[in-house]
Ligand binder design. Structure first.
Ligand SMILES: Cc1cc2nc3c(=O)[nH]c(=O)nc-3n(C[C@H](O)[C@H](O)[C@H](O)COP(=O)(O)O)c2cc1C
Length: 219
């Protein structure tokens, strides 16, 4: 069996990011019964970002592969580092990933960074992907959409260059009449959703299938 780990960096269980994840997972599993997909919800775990204990930088340290800190993230970091494919999924918060996902990345990547030659060495390379969902789209893109993104850069220098999958102009709430969100009036959210959501979900499905096929072709 080959294993894809999806890290769900969003707080909401059934909304946009979760639906994109579900579709990616379905796509991956549709490729072969040799593909297993496990989704890990960061918001269900108790952990902190890197606490700079520097145990991974002690000469001769055995913590170069996985962070030394013991908390709710410890096992997840091991699973991610030794998976066959890794997906990071997040709603965009202030133009970037959620704080939970950033904290996960600090813990995942920092042990792999060598201060001897400034290189980054992950224990293995694998196909990776990043799924973003966001309000931004078209004319409303500036500054609220991840640009030269740190998440993707960190993956590219460690595990492998990620594929980016995006859902734009998402329905942040189901009923906009109930909320003080009049600024979204000209985003035409409902109409956009009707016209694009099924394609967004399909894009995630296709990307999942592609990742699975890539993994299987590496055997
Ligand atoms: C704290 C916070 C900050 C946000 N910042 C942005 C942003 O900078 N750019 C953007 O396009 N959307 C932003 N959004 C909207 C969400 O990214 C968007 O609604 C997303 O699809 C929600 O995903 P979910 O339905 O899985 O929770 C923000 C939402 C919250 C709660």
């Amino acid at each position: 069996m080959k294993k894809i780990i999806i890290i769900d960096g969003g707080p909401r269980k059934n909304m946009n990011t979760a639906q994109m994840i579900e579709s990616f997972a379905k796509g991956a599993k549709s490729a072969s019964d040799q593909i297993e997909v496990k989704t890990i919800r960061l918001y269900d775990l108790e952990y902190k970002g890197c606490v700079a204990c520097l145990a991974c930088k002690v000469r001769g340290s055995k913590f170069h592969d996985v962070c030394a800190r013991k908390d709710g993230l410890t096992d997840v970091l091991g699973e991610a580092a030794y998976a066959d494919g890794l997906v990071l999924a997040t709603p965009v918060y202030f133009g970037r990933a959620t704080a939970q996902l950033d904290a996960f990345m600090e813990r995942l990547i920092y042990p792999w960074l060598s201060y001897n030659d400034m290189s980054v060495h992950a224990p293995k390379h694998m196909p990776t992907a990043v799924i973003y969902t966001m309000n931004a789209y078209g004319p409303h893109m500036q500054s609220i959409r991840p640009g030269q993104d740190q998440l993707e850069l960190l993956l590219a220098v460690s595990l492998g260059k990620p594929e980016r999958i995006e859902a734009l102009n998402t329905m942040q709430v189901k009923n906009y009449d109930r909320y003080d969100m009049d600024g979204f009036a000209d985003f035409n959210k409902e109409k956009y959703h009707e016209e694009h959501w099924s394609q967004d979900v399909q894009t995630a499905f296709d990307a999942g299938k592609r990742m699975a096929e890539k993994i299987l072709s590496r055997e």
